[in-house]
Design a protein around this ligand. Structure first.
Ligand SMILES: Nc1ncnc2c1ncn2[C@@H]1O[C@H](COP(=O)(O)OP(=O)(O)OP(=O)(O)O)[C@@H](O)[C@H]1O
Ligand SMILES: [Mg+2]
Length: 257
């Protein structure tokens, strides 16, 4: 079962102008736990992801990592604290190579004077990128190929591999199986299970409910910016999950609202 509480948000709210995207949402994530975050389009899932990843500051509420309150000034600060995020629009740079993308934003610098002049240790990055992706079970095309030469599914695989190989505490995956074929989606689910086995806390967002039911320990349902259900996955089946998402089943589990 899952371990200690690592990451937590309490009563976070976020507005975009007059749009209330998150309205007092709370969520807890434990080590070795996979939490599914589900909800209809516009429910606030990606907004919650951006609050958790430091991309957005919440208008209200608290963020706690290992029990200490944190304020992320940027995604970089959350990254440095061990929180890795795969955004829905995955943020790969199309004209860089696979290995440059794996290292994007934290390039290895060549030793000595070359490094001081801004030269990168490209060979080391290519080797390490390849090893990282292999270790997390992602079948990698040659690391020297540019991202624009890969299929959508291969790009997604690189983005996921990057996130899993760098994550130290938490990994947040916003619709990682989107645009993937059945086999590749299955591979992503295996990567999620491996991340859990490593003791990472995983937040998995998807509209593909069978995937959510397969890999998660707990499911959190967002509707119009509010969390309407947070329960162990064993308490859901696909009908109940769908009904909770759409609102045809109320949070208390009674039929109709
Ligand atoms: N940058 C933005 N500016 C204004 N409104 C936004 C912005 N981003 C999101 N929203 C609005 O906030 C609400 C929540 O959006 P969010 O992207 O968090 O939903 P989501 O649950 O991730 O949906 P989806 O399943 O479609 O990805 C929606 O009403 C959306 O239109
Ligand atoms: Mg989204």
């Amino acid at each position: 079962m899952s371990g200690e509480l690592i990451y937590e948000v309490e009563n976070v709210s976020k507005n975009y102008g007059s749009v209330v995207a998150l309205d007092g949402a709370s969520l807890k994530l434990h080590a070795g736990e996979v939490v599914g975050l589900v909800g209809d389009n516009g429910a606030g899932k990606s907004t919650l992801v951006k609050v958790l990843s430091g991309a957005h500051q919440p208008d209200a509420g608290r963020i706690l990592l290992d029990g200490k309150e944190r304020h992320w000034g940027s995604p970089r600060e959350a990254l440095d604290a061990g929180i890795e995020t795969l955004y829905q629009d995955s943020g790969l740079a199309p004209h860089l190579t696979v290995s440059e993308n794996v290292f994007l934003g934290r390039e290895l610098v060549a030793p000595g004077l070359l490094g001081k002049l801004g030269f990168l240790a490209k060979k080391n990055m290519a080797r390490e990128a390849h090893e990282d992706l292999e270790r997390v079970g992602i079948a990698v095309p040659a690391s020297s190929r540019s991202i624009s030469q890969l299929s959508g599914g291969q790009r997604q695989a690189v983005a996921i591999g990057r996130a899993v190989s760098w994550a130290r505490k938490v990994i947040i995956l916003d619709e990682p199986t989107n645009h993937l074929g059945a086999r590749q989606a299955g591979e992503v689910l295996e990567v999620i299970k491996a991340a859990k086995a490593k003791g990472l806390g995983v937040i998995f967002i998807s509209h593909t409910l069978p995937h959510v039911l397969e890999v998660t320990d707990r499911i959190v349902v967002l509707r119009l910016g509010r969390i309407v259900m947070d329960a162990p996955t064993s308490e859901f089946n696909s009908d109940r999950l769908l009904g909770t998402i759409t609102g045809s089943i109320s949070a208390a589990g009674a039929e109709g609202e």
